[in-house]
Design a protein around this ligand. Structure first.
Ligand code: BES
Ligand code: MN
Ligand code: ZN
Length: 502
């Protein structure tokens, strides 16, 4: 989809449809929607009074214009109640609007700059939300579908009244496009079937992206892991024919500073559970178990294009969790890179084990802070549902920054407590720590397992088992992998760059 910014009057634009908006409860629209209403002899006002248009968030109402204005149709996008309005509502409404364009079969549409009239919203930010909404909302994973009759919307003109605004709006569109395309890149990776996106294929994707954007990429092989003593990652990989890979990407946007932030993503390309085999029901969707890795790669793609002044060390331990002949057995004991031993009580708690080595590696490489993203526990999915990631930390300050970045991205995160007493549950009789902590508080004991390897480095852990995929279309979310946390991480790094005042 092409996004173009033009100065002009939406009533006069050559397009198949014009996108305007309405707040819930408004009886007589003002602004650009008001102007369209007037040109259409008050038909929008009439449809509101008849209850045909209500302005509910996500509502799309199609009106034919019969030559009264240039665009042949008007789509009125609901923005919800004015009191609840924020930037994310523009993203949501435009995503629904874009899918309506596809359904109707509209190729070329024009839109007003939604939200620009509301207090405190800059033209640039509004434009960013339009770009994100449209590009995220139209995403589909089509790699293995035979091409169909293409009715894809081709072009969206963003029409501003004031020619002086064009530059700022273009800048917002650029930023929105980069962030949405990075998210869609993460979605593409996570949607690929397990037998296609193996650890080796994931490493190749990372290498390709890094070389396109000019940052360094190193892939550690089994022998390298052996030398480093990554016994936990190697243990998990033992049941599979696919060799594990440890992906290391480095972005140096601030070469004068020695300090770097490490992003760590769980890269289990398929989680069968291993010998602690999952049931058929629970194994479904386990090709998404590298959603954390996808988010890290998506964020790296975005910052490779937006070039913030920060230093990032991105780490992805990648493996397949399978029950092959060499597989880990319950009762086995592994030694992680820092020399600590792990009792494997359940081979399905594999994510925390591969992350253990990655967290040790991040510390060894001198990371000043660590953020990890992982589809870690079904318990977190149950606690917070499909739309919200669990957050755990040893640094409220760092978490506060991550929360702000998430809110800007329209992604929900909620802190869960690191209850000290529950550490008992992962105490082992035979090793330094045990990889499962029982049914209760499963997301918390998993986080405490990670904390054991993080030690005193400021750290945030994001458990995305719930939001990694969506079962339905909901504004910017479509069915399948969501690419969740791509934009949160990218925003976090961009904010860091801005905050340091350069
Ligand atoms: N990948 C799963 C967690 C998961 C569950 C992700 C549902 C997405 C949706 C993880 O490796 C796992 O199997 N966790 C176990 C841990 C248990 C054995 C302690 C779980 O949550 O059941
Ligand atoms: Mn598992
Ligand atoms: Zn897993």
């Amino acid at each position: 989809m092409e996004l173009r910014v033009v100065a002009g009057d939406i009533l006069q634009i050559e397009a198949d449809a014009a996108l305007v908006n309405l707040f819930e409860g408004v009886e007589r629209p003002g602004g650009a929607t008001g102007a369209v209403d007037k040109a259409l002899d008050g038909i929008i006002t009439k449809l509101i009074s008849e209850g045909e248009i209500r302005g509910k968030l996500g509502e799309v109402v199609e009106i034919h214009t019969f030559g009264k204005i240039k665009p042949a149709r008007v789509l009125v996008l609901g923005l919800g109640k004015q009191a609840d309005f924020d930037l994310g509502k523009i993203r949501y409404a435009l995503a629904e609007g874009a899918r309506a364009l596809r359904k109707i079969g509209i190729k070329r549409a024009a839109t007003i700059l939604h939200g620009a009239g509301a207090g405190g919203i800059s033209p640039e930010a509004a434009a960013q939300m339009i770009a994100e909404g449209v590009l995220l909302g139209l995403y589909r994973y089509r790699e293995f579908k035979s091409p169909e009759d293409e009715r894809e919307p081709q072009e969206l003109l963003i029409v501003v009244r004031d020619p002086e605004q064009v530059r700022a709006v273009e800048e917002g569109v650029r930023r929105g496009r980069i962030l949405a395309e990075a998210t869609n890149f993460a979605r593409d990776l996570a949607n690929k079937p397990g037998s296609i996106l193996t650890p080796g294929a994931l490493a190749e994707e990372a290498r390709k992206m890094a070389s396109e954007l000019g940052f360094s990429c190193e892939i550690l092989e089994r022998e390298d892991m052996e030398k480093l003593g990554m016994g936990a990652l190697l243990g998990v990989a033992r049941g599979s024919h696919e060799p594990p890979k440890f992906i290391v990407l480095e972005y140096s946007g601030d070469p004068d500073s020695p300090s770097k932030i490490s992003l760590v993503g769980k890269g289990i390309t398929f989680d069968s559970g291993g010998l602690s085999l999952k049931s058929q029901e629970h194994m479904k969707g386990m090709h998404n178990d590298m959603g954390g890795a996808a988010a890290i790669l998506g964020a790296m793609k975005a910052i490779g294009e937006l070039r913030p002044e920060v230093n990032v060390l991105a780490l992805i331990p990648a493996a397949e969790n399978m029950p092959g002949g060499g597989a880990l057995k319950p009762g086995d004991i592994l030694k992680a890179m820092n020399g600590k031993t792990i009792e494997v009580e359940n081979t399905d708690a594999e994510g925390r084990m591969i992350l253990a080595d990655a967290l040790c590696y991040a510390r060894r490489r001198g990371a000043a802070e660590i953020i990890d993203v992982a589809t870690l526990t079904g318990a977190c999915h149950i606690a917070l549902g499909d739309l919200c990631a669990g957050a755990f930390t040893n640094s409220q300050k760092l978490l506060e920054e991550v929360k702000e970045a998430a809110s800007e991205a329209g992604e929900k995160i909620w802190e869960l407590p690191m209850i000290e007493e529950y550490k008992e549950q992962i105490r082992s009789e035979v090793a330094d720590i045990k990889n499962t902590g029982g049914r209760y508080g499963g997301a918390i004991t998993a986080a405490q397992f990670l904390a054991f390897f993080v030690e005193d480095t400021p750290w945030v852990h994001l458990d995305i088992a719930g939001p990694v995929r969506s079962e339905k279309e909901r504004g910017p979310l479509v069915k399948g992998a969501t690419g969740v946390m791509t934009r949160t991480l990218a925003n976090f790094l961009l904010r860091r760059s801005r905050k340091e005042g350069r």
